[in-house]
Ligand binder design. Structure first.
Ligand SMILES: Cc1ncc(COP(=O)(O)O)c(C=O)c1O
Length: 493
């Protein structure tokens, strides 16, 4: 951590007054207060529109859509008019903050995150080099999120997303498993990374970027609950080691993207620990699911998390803040510095000063952690736990409704807050196609936004409850709207 702990130099008071300053002739906004008042109104209207579902979704008006094709403006424009246009464009765009946005993995868009984003952008601190007090906020936020989910944090970093958090962890794991590979490349050395059949694609991409090649990914089969099979992992590790292949890491998923399955972390940690003196690095990709480790109804699924070497959590998913705000956490100190630290003539290190850039892939780094810090400060861990439980209850409610509905089919046993199902009325021959068209119709309509998916090759609808604004009553509405379209198959797009 940096020695610069955000305090001013001790002799600041003796440094005299600031030099005389003629205001520079910058193209500053002529009416800052006026524009801010306009922005305040726009934001308050947007927040009010997130409080309940809208009866229909507005379309972008034709005049504005035409103007979006116009060339680069040479002359200065009016800030108020630009703000008005931007607000209309966004109001007619898809926002995951709406209570019935249940597609992919959304968020809540907590209001405090907007305040934090505005403040961070105002000061534009760069968390590449030691930035003073902002570094302390980042470190505190890391400790808070690790405490919240029960990860024994030694070091970590905020990143731009789960993809980069997974890559950061794998680069640290690679340097440990194949020392010197950072400098020399992996040369002829053969290496492998293990993950379940349903791990997120970002794991494959990270392995590619690590220079191991995607052929190094060992897809481990899943069980009936769609979780990695530890005994199959064990066999794959044993076979590779016998063949002279070095295991770089096992990536367990704590909340798969497709169905929310949580791999058996404790058993997987046991397998990892049984190889060699130091064991195989265990990374937990909890980009989506890890917040559920913090709540009573699902905590047991995450037993063994404290044995992992690293973990990813996207606060811009189930912790409700705006994109992007991901966290990578490591159990052992100095692993990030071993993978990323460097000494440049323009970034000298005095003694033990560590610039954040020595622990991350990125150089310019925005102050992402402020959103999460504000959210924990303002709402507290107890409120977060209640919110997360509510989203889990929504998923259970939908599951019950689906079980009771003769015209719907549940495609898996949900472990967290993701549910895949399909509309299966009698008389429809091709259910895969029917459900893909139904998803398209629902997205076009916009009242309920959900995504199409495929489970075991079967086309279906997928909903993911991470938005704290979704109420239990609205869960029923999802099926109501799906029926409204699904019962008229001939009219589906
Ligand atoms: C399990 C999992 N890992 C990684 C990612 C990638 O995260 P991001 O989109 O923040 O890069 C996702 C995204 O949905 C995910 O579900």
């Amino acid at each position: 951590m940096s020695r610069n702990r955000g305090s001013r130099p001790a002799n600041a008071a003796r440094m005299g007054s600031a030099p005389q300053h003629e205001q520079a002739d910058l193209p500053a906004l002529a009416d800052r207060e006026g524009v801010l008042a306009d922005l305040e109104r726009v934001i308050c209207d947007a927040w009010a529109s997130f409080d309940r579902p809208r009866a229909s979704e507005p379309e972008l008006d034709e005049d504005l859509a035409t103007r979006l094709g116009s060339p680069l403006p040479e002359e200065a424009g009016d800030a108020e008019a630009a703000l008005g246009d931007a607000a209309r464009i966004l109001d007619a765009s898809i926002s995951p903050s709406r209570p019935l946005y249940l597609g992919y993995i959304g968020s809540t868009g907590l209001e405090v995150g907007v305040l934090a984003s505005a403040l961070a952008a105002t000061y534009d601190a760069n968390l590449a080099v030691s930035a003073g007090g902002a570094d302390l906020v980042e470190q505190q936020s890391l400790r808070w999120v690790a405490d919240f989910v029960g990860f024994p944090l030694a070091e970590g970093s905020f990143t731009s997303g789960g993809m980069i958090s997974n890559l950061t962890a794998l680069l640290a794991a690679r340097e440990k498993a194949l020392p010197g590979s950072r400098a020399e490349g992996i040369g002829g050395r053969r290496a492998a990374v293990y993950c379940s059949d349903e791990a997120h694609y970002s794991v494959v991409r990270a392995v590619e970027v690590c220079g191991l090649g995607s052929a190094a990914v060992r897809r481990i089969p899943i069980d009936s609950r769609r979780r990695m099979r530890p005994e199959a992992l064990d066999r794959a590790l044993a076979a590779d080691i016998a063949a002279g292949v070095t295991p770089v890491a096992v990536v367990a998923t704590a909340g798969t993207t497709l169905t929310g399955a949580v791999d058996p972390l404790d058993e997987i940690a046991g397998v990892c620990a049984s190889y060699g003196d130091r064991g195989v690095w265990l990374h937990v990709d909890g980009a989506y699911g890890l917040p559920a480790a913090a709540v009573p109804s699902t905590a047991a699924l995450f037993t063994g998390l404290d044995r992992a070497d690293s973990a990813t959590l996207d606060a811009h998913k189930w912790l409700g803040v705006q994109k992007s705000c991901s966290v990578v956490m490591l159990r052992e100190a100095d692993r990030l510095r071993a993978a990323f630290g460097h000494e440049e003539r323009y970034l000298l290190h005095e003694g033990d000063v560590v610039n954040p850039v020595d622990q991350t892939l990125e150089y310019s780094r925005p102050f992402r952690s402020l959103r999460l810090w504000m959210a924990f400060r303002v709402h507290g861990a107890a409120q977060y736990r209640a919110w997360i439980e509510r989203t889990l209850a929504n998923a259970r409610r939908l599951t019950e409704l689906l079980r009771a509905a003769p015209d719907f089919e549940l495609l898996h046993e949900p472990m967290l807050s993701t549910v895949c199902f399909r509309h299966a009325p009698s008389g429809v021959a091709d259910l895969d196609e029917h459900n893909l068209r139904l998803a398209r119709a629902l997205q076009g309509d916009g009242r309920v936004f959900l995504a199409p998916a495929a489970v075991d090759g079967r086309g279906c609808l997928r909903v993911c409850f991470v938005n704290f604004r979704t109420t239990p009553d609205e869960v029923e509405y999802v099926l109501e709207v799906a029926r409204e379209f699904g019962e008229r198959p001939a009219e589906l797009p």
